[in-house]
Design a binder for this molecule. Structure first.
Ligand SMILES: [Cu+2]
Length: 291
């Protein structure tokens, strides 16, 4: 019924709830259609004489009050049960990923893994270059999700699950990717979050655990160049590697105090560093999450 094939234990539960709800809806539908067709065929107008007029019929009225309540109670029970299961984060996770959703890409930080530079292994993307989230199969993956700017939504269609990423709070969930599943799957932002929302894509690559370990070792030994350190930035940074965005903001704030109207003029300076506007944002958040 147009549902992607699930690749996680949790997604299988979602699919079962979806299919079960359809079965229940069809059962009710068939009953109602049957009653309609029965009355259309067997209770046609045969003469001008009215059928017996009654004021009420208690059994029928009780039936059509109680039955919908029963139907809704059953649907509610299974929905609540599955929601509780899907939001459970008690099981110890094999991989902890911090998801930073920003305008307009993603940064995936492996919280338990440190590279040769003493930093967490991390993958960061841009609207032009979508990042790849690498995870092992047959393992529990825990996601902590934060946003430094606006509301985003983390969506991997094959998980049959999406969760909002909201500034100022940490949302979390975990999945267990089924044993034997490998391949690349699409991921995207499912919350309109600005002009490049449609380019806020990522790829989920599921590997066998040993291949994942190999990938992880590679990331640890050869950490990629941080895209958040463009070379023109270094002139103005004055060697303060850790806080170029803060210094920049401070400078901009001072200038705007002097001349509130000179926004266009002051904008010229940050332009070289401001080209990749998501990048400084990322850096700021990295610091926040590390401290
Ligand atoms: Cu978004």
């Amino acid at each position: 019924m147009g549902v992607p094939e699930p690749i996680t234990e949790q997604a299988e539960r979602v699919l079962a709830l979806w299919q079960g709800s359809w079965v229940a809806a069809f059962a009710v539908g068939i009953l109602v259609w049957g009653l309609i067709i029965w009355s259309v065929i067997f209770h046609r107008k045969r003469s001008n004489q009215l059928p017996p007029q009654v004021r009420y019929n208690m059994p029928i009225e009780a039936l059509y009050t109680v039955l919908p309540i029963v139907i809704i109670a059953v649907l509610f029970y299974f929905t609540a049960r599955d929601q509780t299961y899907l939001l459970e984060t008690d099981e110890p996770a094999d991989v902890n990923v911090h998801v930073n959703a920003f305008q307009w890409s993603w940064e995936f930080t492996y919280e338990d893994e440190t590279n040769v530079n003493g930093e967490n292994v991390s993958v960061v993307g841009t609207p032009d270059e979508k990042p790849t989230l690498v995870i092992p199969n047959d393992s529990v993956i825990h996601f902590d999700m934060t946003s430094p700017d606006v509301i985003h939504s983390f969506w991997v269609p094959k998980f049959l699950f999406k969760m909002d990423v909201i500034p100022g709070r940490t949302n979390e969930f975990q999945v267990k990717v089924n044993d034997g599943v490998t391949g690349e799957f699409a991921g995207r932002c499912a919350e309109l979050c600005g002009v490049d929302h449609s380019r806020m894509l990522f790829t989920v690559q599921v590997l066998e655990p040993e291949d994942y370990e190999a990938w992880l070792q590679e990331q640890k030994q050869n950490p990629p160049e941080l895209p958040s350190a463009p070379s023109p930035d270094e002139e103005g940074a004055d060697g303060s590697q850790q806080t170029p965005p803060a210094a920049e903001d401070g400078a901009a704030a001072q200038e705007s105090q002097e001349q509130p109207e000179a926004g266009a003029a002051t904008a010229e300076e940050p332009v070289p560093s401001g080209e990749g506007s998501p990048a400084p944002t990322t850096t700021a958040d990295e610091e926040a999450s590390q401290s």
